[in-house]
Design a protein around this ligand. Structure first.
Ligand SMILES: [Ca+2]
Ligand SMILES: [Ca+2]
Ligand SMILES: [Ca+2]
Length: 237
């Protein structure tokens, strides 16, 4: 009976967290830096913070530079969300709006930001930085997903987008990679009904720079296991 009571207490104590956070097992076959152990998000009503914990050191593995954009690789910590892409300035209902922390040493996609603080805003990419992207299904991509191909000037893009022909925005929110945790805060407040997942993935620029321009080529880990977006944003004052 004592055990039952303790178990009930434990369930009561953890119940408000369940249904918000997503828990993923440690998998010895995965690269620890991309092996997700949990995904979570909190909001104070004005800002929302997306959080991911991994088994290793977050951000410790980056793509090897190849010296050209075509065929180059991107590593990413990604939170796919149920937010409409129009919330941040893309076409409404145009795919899955995802927040991403990425590193890609072969190209700069943050024309407004000097990520490495060397006086040149056009030579970055190797350091971890943030993006909004719109993901859509693409059978031609290794993982069945791509960043949506667009025509800048025809399709809607946020003012802070680099105006590449993909649904990519570079609004400059600083990611925090600290030990096992990757997190990022975005200026989106009305998120208590938003669902999300946590994913670690590799992307690649098309070898011939044709569409699909930016494929998701491989998925390291999906917190939910099935991309069902079971996470819910927790209110934290
Ligand atoms: Ca995992
Ligand atoms: Ca830049
Ligand atoms: Ca720079």
């Amino acid at each position: 009976m004592k055990h039952l009571t303790l178990l009930s207490l434990a369930l009561l104590t953890t119940a408000p967290v369940l249904g918000h956070e997503i828990v993923s097992e440690v998998d010895p076959d995965k690269v620890p830096a991309f092996d997700i152990t949990s995904g979570a998000a909190t909001t104070d009503g004005r800002l929302t913070t997306f959080i991911m914990e991994v088994a290793g050191v977050a951000g410790s593995e980056k793509p090897v530079p190849i010296g050209r954009v075509a065929g180059s690789r991107v590593e990413a910590y990604v939170w796919p969300t149920s937010l409409d892409p129009h919330v941040v300035g893309f076409d409404p209902e145009s795919g899955t709006l995802a927040l991403a922390i990425t590193a890609h040493p072969d190209f700069d996609d943050t024309p407004l930001y000097d990520e490495n603080n060397d006086g040149d805003p056009a030579n970055d990419g190797a350091d971890w930085h943030s993006h909004w992207v719109v993901l859509v299904d693409e059978a031609a991509c290794g993982a069945g997903l791509k960043v949506r191909d667009v025509s800048p000037g025809v399709d809607l893009l946020p003012a802070t987008a680099p105006y590449f022909p993909i649904a990519l925005d570079s609004p400059g929110m600083s990611p925090i990679l600290d030990g096992r945790v990757a997190r990022i805060t975005v200026p989106v407040g009305d998120t208590t009904s938003v669902s999300f997942d946590a994913v670690t993935a590799e992307l690649q620029v098309n070898e011939s720079e044709q569409v699909p321009l930016l494929c998701v080529t491989g998925v390291h880990d999906v917190a939910s296991g099935d991309l069902s977006l079971p996470g819910r944003v927790r209110v934290e004052k």
